[in-house]
Design a protein around this ligand. Structure first.
Ligand SMILES: C[S@@+](CC[C@H](N)C(=O)[O-])C[C@H]1O[C@@H](n2cnc3c(N)ncnc32)[C@H](O)[C@@H]1O
Length: 205
């Protein structure tokens, strides 16, 4: 589900950029390490701030960044125009139907996109499918606790059914063959969950 106008305003501004650069990325790096030389997929890339950080700060060799919303991709194209096709592939795409063969990526990164997906379990199954054995899934997600608060219910537009707690999110990631163990953290009193898991080496479908 695309963001409504108010949520776009909340996401596409310098404060959000600073949070992503100075809080979210360092926390994900602490949990999962760097991406030097790796082939990375970013799902729900929005305006491309995370994509740029994956290349510049974590050392990704190549990022395939997808988003459902053409208007967000327009911003991303502008921001990321300095990268050629050997570093970046930026295109419309749906995390529940990723256009890539099985086991393509060394890492998949999700900065707060999956809570926008009605069938979020299908998104995690797809991420698991395209991760190479041993590949890492970096995630920062927004839980039901936040989505169901009245100001956000009124101002923003999210799928309201079938949302998840931190624990339910981690359990589904593990259920899809991505081992997180205790490598995750709640933040914001449980409104947000951060973590990194490794795709199981043995149980690929
Ligand atoms: C809250 S924004 C996060 C954007 C960006 N990752 C960030 O952190 O600034 C969620 C993004 O997920 C995208 N999105 C929603 N459903 C999606 C889907 N099924 N597949 C890919 N992207 C999706 C939205 O268009 C939006 O850009």
């Amino acid at each position: 589900m695309k963001m409504n106008t108010l949520e776009k305003l909340a996401m596409n501004n310098p404060v959000r950029l600073l949070i992503q650069r100075h809080y979210e990325l360092p926390l994900l790096e602490k949990l999962g390490g760097r991406l030097d030389g790796m082939n990375v997929l970013e799902v729900g890339c929005g305006r491309g701030v995370g994509t740029e950080l994956l290349i510049e700060r974590l050392g990704a060799a190549k990022v395939h960044a997808i988003d459902l919303d053409e208007s967000m991709l327009k911003h991303a194209h502008k921001r990321l125009s300095k990268y050629d096709s050997t570093r970046l592939k930026l295109e419309t795409g749906d995390v529940t139907a990723i256009d890539a063969p099985d086991q393509t990526y060394d890492a998949v990164v999700n900065f707060a996109a999956i809570h926008h997906v009605p069938n979020w379990q299908a998104a995690i199954a797809e991420i698991s499918r395209v991760l190479a054995p041993g590949g890492r899934f970096f995630f920062q997600e927004v839980t039901a606790q936040w989505i169901l608060r009245w100001p956000y219910r009124v101002l923003f537009e999210h799928p309201m059914e079938n949302r998840f707690s931190s624990e339910e999110f981690i359990a589904e990631v593990e259920n899809q063959g991505i081992k997180v163990s205790d490598n995750w953290e709640k933040r914001g009193g449980g409104d947000f969950v951060f973590g990194v898991g490794h795709r199981d080496e043995t149980s690929h479908p």
